[in-house]
Design a protein around this ligand. Structure first.
Ligand code: PGA
Length: 268
């Protein structure tokens, strides 16, 4: 890895997003949301300097919107259609997510790429539709264990980023990248802070090379077994601008403590 660390003095507000995936039911969603609100009441300064939100399954986004409306937490979706509107049974459009006042939408999560065969071309279209609807696309990239072991991390990420540069350039600097090494997702294995930093700096350098406006100010967040015990070290790295949290976002106290770790980054 040769990419230099980000040395530019650009202030990037840390971002922590909870990716609930396909977990829970209405009762656990209510419980989790009230846990977040309780944490915010107990510690009103918790989210000072941090942006935080949850991405529930589609059926519970409206619930999250209702419960979190008066809070500092935002909400978003885990996926969006690569079609505008019309006869696409089972899909949810970017404008529908806007109607639910979503701020963010995850695009190209490795589970979507692996289980639903999402292609780079589809992801670019999703980024464009999301942006047009006023949503912030959170584009996920990452290498598999086999790719890392074969020293292909940089080439895999370069290909993923290159395929997205045109779409990202069209977002008027309103996008987020989530680096999620596939081998670290839900496995308990986490990239070390140094590994994460190297890759984040590399991703930023690819955005610059791809002439994506706002590359220096773009938030690149890390995902893959982030927990209260490792969040602070990860967020202490200069190019790790927050986290995309899976398992630990299902426990309100853990998610809140990860938000707190991100807040420490913002006051460094
Ligand atoms: P994890 O998931 O935190 O459970 O590893 C992260 C993600 O897939 O977004």
């Amino acid at each position: 890895m040769t990419a230099p660390a980000n040395t530019e003095k650009v202030r990037r507000k840390p971002l922590v997003l909870g990716n609930w995936k396909m977990n829970g039911d209405v009762a656990t969603a209510e419980q989790l949301l009230s846990g977040l609100l309780h944490g915010e009441r107990e510690l009103p300064a918790l989210l000072a300097g941090v942006e935080a939100g949850v991405c529930p399954p589609f059926p519970y986004i409206g619930l999250a919107a209702a419960r979190l409306a008066a809070s500092q937490f935002g909400w978003g979706a885990q996926n969006v259609a690569h079609f505008d509107n019309g006869a696409y049974t089972g899909e949810v459009s970017a404008t529908m997510l806007r109607d639910l006042a979503c701020t963010w939408v995850l695009i190209g999560h490795s589970e979507r790429r692996a289980y639903f065969g999402e292609t780079d071309a589809q992801l670019s279209t999703k980024v464009e539709f999301a942006h047009r609807a006023g949503l912030v696309p959170v584009v996920c990239v990452g290498e598999s264990l086999a790719e890392r072991e074969a020293s292909k991390t940089e080439s895999v990420l370069a290909a993923q980023i290159n395929g997205l540069c045109t779409a990202l350039a069209s977002t008027n600097e309103r996008f987020v990248i989530a680096y999620e090494p596939v081998w670290a997702i839900g496995t308990g294995l986490t990239a070390s802070p140094e590994q994460a930093q190297q890759v984040h700096a590399f991703i930023r350098s690819r955005l610059v090379a791809g002439s994506v406006p706002g590359a220096a100010g773009a938030r690149i967040i890390y995902g893959g077994s982030v927990k209260p015990s490792n969040a602070q070290a990860l967020f202490g790295q200069p190019d790790v601008d927050g986290g995309l949290i899976g398992g630990a976002s299902l426990v309100a106290a853990d998610f809140l403590s990860i938000c707190r770790a991100a807040a420490l980054r913002s006051i460094r």
